[in-house]
Design a protein around this ligand. Structure first.
Ligand SMILES: [Zn+2]
Ligand SMILES: [Zn+2]
Length: 374
């Protein structure tokens, strides 16, 4: 079938909204009509060619939600009409990582995601002239419809408006998992969050729900710090000077139990490290361009400090997405609050430019107004 989609032909050029061909779902796949999609900073990294060569031409978009239109013969967990959020790591549940419970590190998903294919190593997308197109992170949801692996479509309660549900599958699950699965924050733990964009604000929301205290938000931008305070930060620190770490240490006693880096730059990773107490751990959530290295004062390993990464929530996204949707329906998690722009798909290049300028926190692209509920 022919659909409208946002295509990256080569990095550095604006995305083109154009007609592409979408092949029907195979037996382990699902066809979904897209309602809305979130624009994430990793879309900018991909569009600017910072995640490595060979990632184009592709249909962009990896955070979104929609309504199932048809399912392959072996799909049982969803049916036409179901509301679903997209999961960019459709875990196979049989590889060695999956069997060990590390679904976010699923081996075939990890191989096929950067390759731009679905789980069987092939693409359902092509240009009208037959040129194959890649699927961004097995999702490609800056488009009217997607075909995803069965596990890439996670059933959600239909009461949650899809324009809000669209945020769950990348930014929200990444942030909540970093707090609950990677850092394992306990009530009363102190935490600092470096970077208050779309994901950083969700880290703050997750810390509030985990009853961390204090929660110190750090950002260069005073407007983002205001959003951070509204989402539960107990203190805010404007960064960009040599005294940033000292001010955070002043607010947390000897330093924070947990530091979250949600920017993806070596200087903010170092800042997160510098804000820790002896024995504290930094969790790097931010995505750095390929080739970037970070240096740390090695003597400080003597104080039992640690630093670790966290990918896609470090857990089981298929189980976490419905839980996060329930939290949103219960009023515990404000999804609308991080959205600073709601625009049609055609405005995708403006949304990417705002992220390049580090302006605003999250844009939701409405692909189908009636389905999106907005
Ligand atoms: Zn993302
Ligand atoms: Zn697996």
């Amino acid at each position: 079938m022919r659909i409208r989609a946002a295509v990256l032909h080569e990095p550095g050029r604006p995305l083109a909204i154009e007609d592409v061909e979408l092949a029907p779902p195979r037996e382990d796949e699902v066809l979904v009509r897209v309602a809305a999609a979130g624009v994430c900073h990793s879309d900018v990294r991909l569009a600017d060619g910072e995640l490595g060569d060979g990632r184009w031409p592709l249909v962009m978009g990896h955070e979104g939600a929609g309504v199932v239109e048809s399912v392959g013969a072996r799909v049982r967990h969803v049916a036409p009409g179901d509301h679903v959020g997209f999961c960019i790591v459709p875990a196979c549940r049989t590889c060695s990582e999956c069997r060990a419970g590390r679904y976010h590190l699923c081996i075939p998903a990890g191989e096929n995601g950067p390759r731009g294919t679905l789980m069987d190593g092939t693409s359902r997308l092509s240009l009208p002239d037959g040129t194959p197109l890649q699927h961004a992170l097995m999702t490609a949801c800056f488009a009217e419809r997607v075909v995803v692996a069965a596990a890439g479509a996670v059933k959600l309660p239909p009461e949650l408006p899809l324009w809000q549900a669209s945020l769950l599958g990348c930014g929200v699950v990444t942030a909540f998992g970093a707090v609950h699965n990677a850092a394992r924050v306990d009530p009363g733990d102190s935490a600092v969050v470096v970077g208050c964009g779309g994901v950083g604000l969700q880290v703050i929301a997750a810390l509030r729900i985990a009853r961390a205290d204090p929660i110190v938000a750090v950002d260069l931008d005073a407007a983002k710090l205001e959003l951070a305070a509204a989402r539960g930060a107990t203190h805010t620190v404007e960064s960009g000077s040599a005294t940033t770490a000292a001010r955070v240490l002043g607010l947390t006693g000897r330093g924070a139990d947990h530091a979250f880096e949600v920017v993806g730059r070596p200087e903010t990773m170092r800042l997160a490290w510098d804000c820790l107490r002896p024995g504290g751990t930094a969790v790097v959530v931010g995505l750095a361009p390929q080739g970037v290295e970070v240096t740390l004062p090695a003597i400080e390993f003597l104080s039992d400090k640690g630093i670790r990464g966290s990918y896609y929530g470090s857990g089981d996204a298929a189980a976490d997405l419905p839980r996060l949707a329930e939290l949103a329906l219960a009023g515990e998690l404000d999804l609308a609050g991080v959205v600073t722009s709601v625009e049609p798909l055609e405005a995708v290049n403006d949304a990417l430019d705002r992220l390049r300028r580090r302006e605003g926190s999250r844009t939701v692209l409405v692909v189908d107004r009636a389905l999106a509920g907005r």
